[in-house]
Design a protein. Structure first.
Length: 471
C-alpha cells in the first residue's frame, strides 16, 4: 500500500482565484488534505487585477454620474449662495489607490480564511509531472514535489495582445495597466466592444473622459440580447461616446503625447490613451498538461466536462483556463463541483444554460437561460414578453428612463430565460435565475408577491402577461 493510500485524500490546486479558493474550502469541508499553490495572491486576478478593482472603478463612475444627474430629481447645488451646475472633479490616482486597497484587503481575508481552515498555501507556481505529481516552485526558487490523488488546475487567463499594438503601460494599455494611471485620460480609445471593452468604455465615460469605442462588429456587445445591445449603444452615443462599428484597428502607436489608432480602412483616430480589450489567453503554457495527457484546444484552453473533469480522470480544471464560461461565479461553482465529484459527494453538473451573467455598463445588462434569438431560430418553442422600465412606477420616481425586463417562457408556461437592462440588473436577475434553475412556471412567478413600488414588479407583470390559459 502506497503512502498516498495511507493518508487523507490529497488535493493539490494550482491557482487561487475564485475556482481554486472554493475548491480548497470544499476540500477541507469534506475532510481532504489540501495544498493550494498561488503565485500572486489568494483571489487571483479576479480579486487583485480584474473583477474586484474594475467593479470598484465602475461603482465610482456610477457615483459621479449620480451627482451630475441629481438636478433631474430637483436637487440643486450652491456655491457662495449661488446655484451652480455641479462639476465632478476626480482624482484617478486616489481612486485607483482605493480600489487596489479593496482588492488587497479581499485577498488578505481570503488568505486568512484558507489558513484558518487548515489549507497549506504555497507562494509560487506549479506544474504537473505526470498526473499524480505536481512540482511546486516556491517564490524563492526552491522546488518541491507533491504527490496528489487529485489535481485541480485553476490558473486563469491574461489579456490578449496584438503585435501591432503592444501595450507599453503608459498610453497603450491592457486592463491590467489601468490601475497604474495617475490622471484621468482626456480621450480614451477602447479597441474591442465585447464585455470588457464595453464596461471600461462606459466607466471612463462616466468618470469624465472622452471615449471612442472601436467595434469590429455591427454593434457593441454582439453576444448579448439584441434589444439590450441596441439600447446600450444608444445610451453610449446619447451620452457623447463615439462608436465606430464595423471598424477594425490595424495598429496603435504611442506618439509621446498621445496615441494614434490606424483602422483597416486607413482612417487614423487620435486620443490620449488606448485600451486594448481584444480577449484573453489561458495561462496553461508550461504547466505540463499535454505531457500528462490533458486535452487542450488550439487556443490552449483545457477541455472539461460538466463536472470540470479533464481527459485525465484525476485531473480537473476550472475557470477562465477552461472551455467553460469565463465568469468568476462559474469558476467558483466548477471548483466546488470538482471536489464533490472527486470525493464522491453529490456533484450536480454545471449547466451553462442556467448561468446568470452580467455586463456592468450603465445601465447594466443581466441575462440567464434561453434567449429570444433561440426562440426565433426555432431552437426552443417559447414566447417572449418585454416590459419597458419607463412604465414602472419605481423607475419613474428614481428617474430611470432606459431599460427593460424581458421574460422567455416555454410553450407550456415554464420560465426558461430572461434579460434585465437596468441599474443593478445584476441583483434583479436573481429571481429570474431561480425560476430558470428550478423550472418555475410563469404563474408561480406571477403569484409571488413583489413589493410595490419596486423594479421587480415588472418581473411579475411580465410573468402575468405570459400566462397560459387553462380553459
Amino acid at each position: 500500500m502506497s503512502n498516498l493510500q495511507q493518508i487523507k485524500h490529497h488535493i493539490v490546486i494550482i491557482g487561487g482565484g475564485p475556482g481554486g479558493y472554493e475548491a480548497a474550502v470544499a476540500g477541507i469541508q469534506l475532510g481532504a488534505q489540501v495544498t493550494l499553490i498561488e503565485r500572486n495572491g489568494v483571489g487571483g486576478s479576479a480579486v487583485l487585477t480584474d473583477v474586484v478593482p474594475s467593479k470598484a472603478l465602475i461603482a465610482t463612475a456610477d457615483a459621479a454620474n449620480s451627482v451630475r444627474e441629481a438636478s433631474s430629481l430637483g436637487i440643486r447645488f450652491k456655491a457662495e449662495g449661488k446655484l451652480v451646475d455641479p462639476k465632478v472633479d476626480l482624482d484617478l490616482g486616489a481612486i485607483n489607490q482605493r480600489l487596489l486597497s479593496i482588492a488587497k484587503d479581499q485577498s488578505t481575508e481570503m488568505t486568512h480564511q484558507l489558513t484558518s481552515l487548515g489549507v497549506r498555501l504555497i507562494h509560487g507556481s506549479g506544474r504537473l509531472e505526470g498526473n499524480h505529481h505536481v512540482i511546486a516552485t516556491h517564490h524563492d526558487g526552491k522546488e518541491e514535489k507533491l504527490e496528489a490523488k487529485t489535481i485541480i488546475v485553476a490558473v486563469g487567463a491574461h489579456p490578449r495582445t496584438i503585435s501591432s499594438a503592444e501595450p507599453d503601460g503608459s498610453r497603450i494599455l491592457t486592463w491590467l495597466d489601468l490601475y497604474d494611471l495617475k490622471e484621468l485620460p482626456e480621450h480614451m480609445i477602447v479597441v474591442g466592444s465585447g464585455v470588457t471593452g464595453a464596461e471600461f468604455a462606459s466607466a471612463f465615460m462616466g468618470l469624465g473622459s472622452q471615449v471612442t469605442l472601436i467595434s469590429s462588429r455591427d454593434t457593441v456587445l454582439p453576444g448579448e440580447d439584441a434589444d439590450a445591445a441596441a439600447l446600450i449603444e444608444k445610451v453610449f452615443i446619447r451620452n457623447g461616446m463615439q462608436v465606430l462599428s464595423k471598424s477594425r484597428a490595424e495598429s496603435v502607436v504611442n506618439t509621446g503625447s498621445g496615441v494614434e489608432v490606424t483602422l483597416s480602412d486607413g482612417r487614423v483616430i487620435s486620443g490620449s490613451h488606448c485600451l486594448m480589450a481584444v480577449g484573453s489567453i489561458p495561462n496553461t503554457a508550461g504547466l505540463g498538461l499535454q505531457e500528462a495527457g490533458v486535452e487542450l484546444t488550439e487556443s490552449g484552453h483545457v477541455v472539461v466536462n460538466k463536472v470540470a473533469r479533464t481527459s485525465r480522470a484525476n485531473v480537473y480544471a476550472v475557470g477562465d483556463c477552461t472551455t467553460f464560461l469565463p465568469l468568476a461565479s462559474v469558476s467558483a461553482m466548477q471548483g466546488r463541483t470538482a471536489v464533490f465529484h472527486t470525493l464522491g459527494d453529490v456533484a450536480r453538473p454545471t449547466e451553462l444554460r442556467n448561468v446568470a451573467a452580467n455586463v456592468f455598463t450603465a445601465p447594466e445588462i443581466a441575462s440567464v437561460g434561453w434567449t429570444e434569438k433561440d426562440v426565433l431560430a426555432g431552437k426552443v418553442n417559447g414566447t417572449v414578453h418585454k416590459i419597458e422600465l419607463e412604465l414602472n412606477p419605481r423607475a419613474k420616481v428614481q428617474g430611470i428612463n432606459d431599460g427593460f425586463i424581458k421574460l422567455v417562457a416555454s410553450s407550456g408556461g415554464t420560465v426558461i430565460g430572461g434579460v434585465v437592462v437596468a441599474p443593478k440588473a445584476s441583483e434583479l436577475i436573481y429571481p429570474i435565475a431561480i425560476a430558470v434553475e428550478n423550472r418555475l412556471t410563469v404563474d408561480q412567478v406571477a403569484r409571488t408577491f413583489a413589493v410595490y413600488p419596486s423594479i421587480s414588479t415588472s418581473i411579475t407583470d411580465a410573468a402575468r402577461a405570459l400566462h397560459v390559459p387553462n380553459l
